[in-house]
Design a protein around this ligand. Structure first.
Ligand SMILES: CC(=O)Nc1cnc2ccccc2c1
Length: 456
């Protein structure tokens, strides 16, 4: 906008000097590909969403943190074929360093935990709402950035951490008016897959890659993945066995398949028992086809979905106990989830649950009758603002009707008018738009009048 203003001034300036307006190339007004401007009405929706995310995080005792959007590329070069690391928004900076806009927050969090490891009191329960980036060929016109609510617990090896995270996620859904009929959370453990792969003789170092491939099965046909699975040493029979275990939808099936003493079955039993204590069982669905696409998950995994099956995953998370070791640090158990700002807004919109009215604007609109009274109007506005009253001060004279229209449009409660004769007597006129009451008051009494008017 500033460039447009300059351009305009240049033109006008040019004309004023009598010369032809300089021919200025018109600025492209669109933001960079895959990004979007957030105008005030969109910002109100974003603040509403983030406000709920923050509210839930603090009601669960999580502390907020942040990290630079720019990180060393080495945080993300995991070579596990994950989509999120194949679409890095990376480049070489002027110092010749390989850097990347972060595609996710967890690696930055791991770096911070490693940096502060000695001084941290565990467990650490931290949250953040970072903007994350990806560089996609714009063939699909999808967004290259989104905001993602991250909630993580470090230093808790039991599934109580996952139960707490699921409890927080459900609390958010309930606060925005969603019910268990609208949204479910599929829960599984990579331990199920690991135990099956183990029984099939697949070496442990192939399990992560197998999970990343298996995660693709719900996005593409088996044929597209079978080749890669075969490359990992999984023959026909093994793949068939994998597909069978992925069909399991209840604990009975899991125990029958893996045996009652299976560690994976044990941790899922514990998680569902704790979920009962949170009162969130109706939201959870055991689904052994869920592995999630991030390589670093090591145990439980979960993803929230809309039960009408129309949208992509709403949120996802799981346990990632080996992440610090993969960065050369000491092991520390961790679990967390990421919750993007796009799918949830689509879902809330589909369900008619987006917030309607704009939040209240300024409490009072203040204006002077004419230019001579601009100083007076400013004094009145400043005195009200000092009392903590939000004031929209009209900055250039316009018709009184227009000022009242503006006040109604921005949802103001009061209009304060500074007119010549009243100002002579040290008074202003105050109109309450809720009742149409209009009264003249000494300037010094306006603030208490407004504050007493139990303004929203
Ligand atoms: C639906 C949507 O906007 N997804 C999205 C958008 N931008 C991203 C950027 C980085 C990583 C994941 C991303 C995912």
């Amino acid at each position: 906008a500033s460039a447009a203003v300059l351009q305009d001034a240049e033109k006008r300036g040019g004309a004023a000097r009598g010369g032809p307006p300089a021919a200025v190339e018109k600025l492209d007004l669109k933001p960079p590909k895959g990004t979007r401007d957030v105008f005030p009405e969109d910002m109100r929706l974003r603040n509403w969403l983030f406000g709920h995310w923050r509210g839930v995080a603090s009601s669960f005792g999580f502390e907020e943190y942040d990290a630079p959007v720019l990180e060393s590329e080495s945080l993300y070069t995991r070579k596990s074929g994950e989509e999120v690391t194949q679409q890095l928004y990376c480049f070489e900076d002027k110092g010749g360093r390989r850097v990347s806009l972060r595609p996710e927050m967890t690696p930055s969090l791991a770096r911070m935990v490693m940096a502060k490891r000695k001084s941290l009191t565990l467990p650490v329960k931290w949250f953040s709402i970072p903007q994350c980036w990806r560089y996609e060929r714009m063939t699909r016109g999808r967004r290259r950035e989104h905001y993602q609510w991250n909630m993580d617990i470090w230093g808790v090896s039991g599934v109580a951490a996952e139960a707490e995270l699921l409890g927080a996620m459900v609390t958010f859904f309930e606060r925005v008016g969603l019910r268990a009929e609208d949204v479910g959370i599929r829960v599984n453990s990579r331990g199920v897959l690991t135990e099956v792969l183990h029984s099939l003789g697949v070496p442990g170092d192939k399990h992560t890659a197998t999970c990343v491939l298996v995660d693709k099965l719900d996005k593409m046909p088996l044929e597209a993945v079978a080749g890669d699975l075969a490359e990992l040493g999984l023959e026909e029979t093994s793949v068939k066995r994998l597909l069978e275990v992925m069909e399991l939808r209840d604990m009975g099936g899991v125990e029958a398949f893996l045996g009652k003493e299976s560690p994976a079955a044990e941790e899922l039993r514990k998680l569902f028992a704790l979920a009962e204590s949170y009162g969130i069982s109706d939201w959870l669905v055991l689904d052994c086809s869920v592995v999630r696409g991030l390589a670093y998950y090591t145990g439980t995994v979960f993803e929230a979905f809309d039960r009408r099956g129309k949208l992509r995953a709403i949120a996802g998370g799981g346990r990632y106990d080996a992440l610090l070791e993969s960065f050369g640090g000491e092991a520390l158990p961790a679990a967390g989830f990421g919750f993007g700002d796009a799918v949830i807004v689509e879902l809330l919109s589909d369900r008619g649950l987006l917030p309607k009215e704009a939040g209240p604007g300024a409490t009072a609109v203040v204006f002077g009758w004419d230019d001579e009274l601009q100083g007076a109007a400013t004094e009145v506005a400043a005195s009200l603002r000092r009392e903590g009253i939000s004031v929209d001060l009209v900055l250039q004279p316009r018709k009184t009707k227009a000022n009242f229209k503006h006040a109604t449009r921005v949802g103001a409660t009061y209009v304060v008018m500074v007119a010549p004769s009243e100002w002579e007597a040290g008074k202003v006129s105050v109109k309450d738009l809720r009742t149409s009451d209009q009264k003249e008051l000494p300037v010094g009494e306006v603030a208490s009048h407004i504050l007493a008017g139990d303004v929203a």
